[in-house]
Design a protein around this ligand. Sequence first.
Ligand SMILES: Cc1cc2nc3c(=O)[nH]c(=O)nc-3n(C[C@H](O)[C@H](O)[C@H](O)COP(=O)(O)OP(=O)(O)OC[C@H]3O[C@@H](n4cnc5c(N)ncnc54)[C@H](O)[C@@H]3O)c2cc1C
Length: 370
Amino acid sequence: MRTSARSLRHCQLLLMGSFPSSKPYDTRDHLDSLVVDGHSREATTRSTTSITMHQLTVESDPPNSIEYAKGRASPAEAMHSHENSRNLKQVIQQWTSSERLSYSIELIPKEDFVLDLSRLNPQPMFCSLPWISDNNLQYQRFVDTPMLKMTAKIVPHCSVMNHISCYNITETQVDKFVEMGNWNLFVIRGDTVGENQRFKHSSDLVEYLRSKNNPEMTIATGGYPYVHPESPSLDYDVKYLKQKVDLGVDFVLTQTLYDAASYLQYVDECRRAGITVPIVPGIFLPGSYDQLETVLNLTRVNPPADVLAMLHSHALDEPDVFEAFVVKHFVELVRTLRQERPDEVKLVHFFTFNRLGLLRKVLDKIADLF
Ligand SMILES: Cc1cc2nc3c(=O)[nH]c(=O)nc-3n(C[C@H](O)[C@H](O)[C@H](O)COP(=O)(O)OP(=O)(O)OC[C@H]3O[C@@H](n4cnc5c(N)ncnc54)[C@H](O)[C@@H]3O)c2cc1C
């Protein structure tokens, strides 16, 4: 397995929001602390955080210039996901109409990750898979990307929603990705915007996808309870979210959330603006204080000062104390959200970084809500 400078660069944008392109960022230092390399190693301490960078990068040096074949995807590239897509429509119907809480998870596409969903009880409603920078665009065939390889493994067990980023993607590439049967899409802009890229905002890509008139397609997009770092105000953000939703978004997933009040205020603001689709709280469970700091930096979220101070007060916790804090804090967060807005909070989405053990501890403590 070779790792090129180019493939390292492709990993600079990781899942739920990254960092300003103007800000130098050593991904090796930071990403190493985030993902677990297989289910047997749970990252619960600062020192045991695992993976080496090459495990997060592409399997081989990608070709530099790819011409995607025109026309429909060949049978070899078509996937199982047509069933998957229909399934997600039903899944949404299931959690929105249930009186009980449901949850979903984000996993990092890694070829060597042994996914054992039977470890989770109850089962997640769906799994989402992030799109890392323009990594997927470097492959001759999408079907060879770690993301779609992992999709194929998960689909027999659980519905999958693939993230798709506007970053450098062309219409032809979007068409190809969709023609393969990837109809459950989480559309994001990416933190870097190329000067000449076709889709400048995620609303542009939502509009393009909806213009194809595929009623089976599910589209979700991101929301920012702490306001998107480039937005001058919450009003501004919500105005553009409304525009995006009106173009055909089925539900909104929020950026990492650390307190209930900010979500409640955000949801109220969105409802006042006329946004009616579900707004699902996104929750990151940090495996260590370092991971928490890394994700706060990557996502550039700006929680209220007292929330940040509370999080920072755990900087010197021993690993087991920190884990106990994480479980208690996020269990309370989910409970408060449910209590305050039972009709609003029907699903919570956990950014797991493949640490299913920590997730399980949280699920155990909210088992009565499911
Ligand atoms: C749950 C979640 C998952 C994510 N997963 C990934 C991932 O897999 N890969 C990845 O690279 N990134 C991911 N991101 C991060 C995302 O790419 C960044 O947050 C990015 O900076 C913004 O993406 P967006 O789709 O919200 O952008 P946009 O909707 O385009 O919004 C970006 C900014 O522009 C403003 N805006 C929107 N539309 C317009 C317009 N028409 N005119 C002017 N201003 C406008 C918005 O208010 C906002 O300030 C994720 C984010 C979330 C919340």
